[in-house]
Design a protein around this ligand. Sequence first.
Ligand code: PAF
Length: 281
Amino acid sequence: MPLIRTKKDLDQRLKNISNSLTLGLVPTMGALHKGHIELIKRAVSENGRVVVSIFVNPTQFNNKEDLKKYPRDLSKDLEIIKAVDSEIMVFAPSVEEIYQKNVQTKKYNFAGLDKVMEGEFRDDHFNGVGTIVEQLFNLVKPDNAYFGEKDFQQLRIIKKLVEIQKIPVNIVPCPIVREEHGLAMSSRNERLSEKMRLKAGFIYKTLQTAKEKFGTKSALKVKEWVVNQFIKEEDFKMEYFEIADIETLSPLKRKEKNKKYRAFIAVYAEDVRLIDNIAFN
Ligand code: PAF
C-alpha cells in the first residue's frame, strides 16, 4: 500500500491516476477507529481511487497538552487501512512538509459559524481546520471528500470553506458511529478508562431524552433539564449544551416550522474532552 510522505510524491502518484476514475479523500488525524473505517469504506465504494490523509494538525489545537497527548500510531493505522483496501493511497506528511517553518493558520470569514459552541471554547480552532483542509483539497483535488457528522460544526464550516474558496469538491457527510453503550466514536476515547468508556454512554442517553422532551417543551426548558442532569453526575463536567439551527448554527431562541435543529454538547470526563450531537427533527 503506497505510503506518501511528500507533496511532490503525492503529485506524481495522482498524475498517474486515469482521469476516468473519481478520487475520494478521507482527511484524518490518525488513531483510526470504527468511525474512520466507515468513512474509508464509503469512499472506496463510491470512488475509483481513494486517498486517506493522516496528519495531526498543530494549528487546530488551542491546547498544547491536548496536541501532545493526541494518540498517534501510524503502523496500526496503516494495518487498518490496508485491511479495507490495499490500493488506498495514504498521505502522511510531516508538520514541516505541510507548514514549512510557518506553523500559522489562515484567517477565514466563516460568517459566524466558527464563533459558537466549539469556536467559543477553542480559539482559532476552525481557522486551523480550514487551513489544513483547504491545503489537502488543493493538493489532492478530490471529487468527493468524506467527513463524519460527529464533528457536525466542522462539517458545516468545511461546506462554507468550499463555498467561499470556490473549491470544486463534493462534501459527503457520514453518520456518527457509536460504541456499544452509545459513546460517539472518537480517537480521544482511547484516553478514557474502560469504566468511563462505558459510563460515558450517559452523554448520548441524555441527548436522546432531550430530543424526546424537545417534542413538547421549549428549547430553554430542554436546556435547563440537560444542565441539571450533568450537575447530578459528578464524573462529568459539561462545557456547553446548545440547540442550534443546522444551517446557521445559531442557538435556538424560538422554534420555527420548516427549520431543522440539532443539539450539540461538549463534556469533560477524566480530563478528556468529548463532543457529541443529535438531530432533533
Ligand atoms: O476531523 C478531523 O480529524 C480533523 O479536524 C481534520 C478534518 C482531519 C482536519 O485536521
